[in-house]
Ligand binder design. Sequence first.
Ligand code: SF4
Ligand code: SF4
Length: 65
Amino acid sequence: MPVIAPEKCNGCGLCVSVCYCHALIMVDNIVTIIEIEDCGWCTQCEAVCPTGAISCAFEIVIEEH
Ligand code: SF4
Ligand code: SF4
């Protein structure tokens, strides 16, 4: 699941707005994962976060030979 570093979150809400699965909400101005089973692992929350507060712990890389 995406890992949130709450001390880095500035409450901008960008990750919530890009999450097509609605897996994220804001609670007391800090993002929280509510529906982790709905997370499609699109990594958009990580990509959009300006402070690096969300990280998706791995990416699948397809290597071409
Ligand atoms: S990886 Fe995608 S689906 Fe999962 S919480 Fe982030 S934005 Fe939502
Ligand atoms: S995009 Fe980053 S800083 Fe903004 S609410 Fe989400 S986790 Fe917090």
